[in-house]
Design a protein around this ligand. Structure first.
Ligand SMILES: Nc1ncnc2c1ncn2[C@@H]1O[C@H](COP(=O)(O)OP(=O)(O)OP(=O)(O)O)[C@@H](O)[C@H]1O
Length: 357
């Protein structure tokens, strides 16, 4: 059953620095109980997309498209309904969220708050639930009486995960949930998140710049570049057999979890992501692409079937189009003659696909 459907979601910031098209026409689906990882470099639009899901964007952001949570469009929901949906249906764990705890309130009061605000428990039942939540995240119940400053960073992030679980949501949005933690604690917190979502059948959207972490945590991956999804498919396929050159570079830029050899020589990705206010023409990735074709400078390709397996796998690259597969690139990596690729028509050709996950 589909838990979350994004249809052509576009977010533009209209600030003093001009219009910033941060997210451009993203369509993705998430099945109930499934984990989807959204990867991309800094500035690719991941956090903007995550915030848009629960309308948490600043006032200068304009959002269009559809964000259907259990079939209801978050973007057109009345304010009262949106308040109920936040926490109770979907909750968020942000990067460095542990700093969001109020330093002068006891842990138990902060953990009980969403339950009491949403009328989901009496004060006595909320207290029992708090003890249960702390145990679920591997902390003793007596910690409830303490204050945030008595906890380590990892413990505070565990409290935030407990808070996200408090109202038994069907969806958790985790935006770089472990970035502020040291490596050992990161691994523990990631393992905790993985076991909790599996145990409770919670759907998750996890945002990270680290494709290897996402591949180890999620069923499917979507790779964003300059505000667009450029590849989407089963985690193992996207991580080990990426079809978009950007996803391949991103996968090579990080060591593989559990593979000491890859840790020795992670390959960097050259150049910088584009300024969204001044995107290159054609494919936004073409100035950094090692296998671009001449027409990539003027041609932006829609997501197109790219995987060999049974699960949907799509990539927005001219290389996956049947008429250009095998053509030689500007850098000469592919066999064949250099020059204009066969079938290039100066625009998106053929039938693009809707994302189905
Ligand atoms: N409030 C804002 N006003 C104007 N532009 C913004 C605002 N917030 C983000 N942006 C711009 O939108 C683009 C996408 O930013 P976003 O934070 O969503 O990317 P990201 O992939 O999450 O990056 P990071 O990993 O660094 O958080 C960037 O160019 C960013 O500068």
């Amino acid at each position: 059953m589909t838990l979350l459907e994004l249809r052509d979601v576009t977010v533009t910031y209209r600030g003093t620095a001009g219009e910033v098209p941060a997210v451009r026409g993203v369509s993705l689906d998430l099945a109930a109980g499934q984990a989807l990882g959204v990867a991309g470099e800094s500035g690719s639009g991941k956090s903007t997309l995550a915030m848009a899901l629960l309308r948490l964007l600043p006032r200068d952001a304009r959002v269009s498209g559809e964000i259907l949570l259990d079939g209801e469009d978050v973007l057109t929901m009345k304010w009262g309904r949106l308040r109920a949906v936040r926490w109770a249906s979907a909750s968020v764990v942000f990067q460095g969220a542990q700093h969001a705890l109020n330093p002068v309130r006891r842990i138990e009061d902060q953990l009980a708050e969403p339950l009491l605000v949403h009328g989901l428990a009496t004060p006595a039942a909320a207290r029992r639930k708090v003890a249960e939540l702390l145990e679920q995240v591997g902390m003793p119940a007596w910690r409830a009486r303490g204050y945030p400053h008595e906890l380590s960073g990892g413990q505070r992030q565990r409290v935030m995960i407990a808070m996200a679980l408090a109202c038994s949501p069907r969806l958790i949005i985790a935006d770089e949930p472990t970035t502020a933690l040291d490596v050992m604690i990161q691994a523990q917190v990631l393992a905790l998140i993985r076991s909790l979502i599996a145990e409770h059948g919670i759907g998750m959207i996890m945002i990270s710049h680290d494709l290897s972490v996402l591949a180890s945590m999620c069923d499917r991956l979507a790779v964003m570049y300059a505000g667009r999804v450029v590849e989407s498919g089963p985690s193992h396929e996207v991580f080990q057999d990426a079809r978009h050159p950007y996803s391949r570079a991103l996968a090579a830029a990080f060591p593989t979890v559990g593979d000491p050899a890859s840790r020795m020589a992670p390959k960097g990705l050259g150049g910088d992501p584009p300024d969204p206010r001044h995107l290159p023409t054609g494919c936004s990735f073409h100035p950094r692409c090692q296998v671009s074709l001449p027409s990539c400078a003027s041609r932006e390709v829609e997501l197109w079937p790219a995987g060999g397996g049974p699960a949907p796998h799509t990539a927005a690259c001219v290389r996956v189009l049947p008429e250009t597969a095998g053509a030689q690139g500007e850098h000469g990596e592919e066999p064949g003659a250099h020059g204009e690729e066969p079938g290039a028509r100066g625009a998106v050709s053929g039938r693009p696909v809707e994302e189905v996950q």
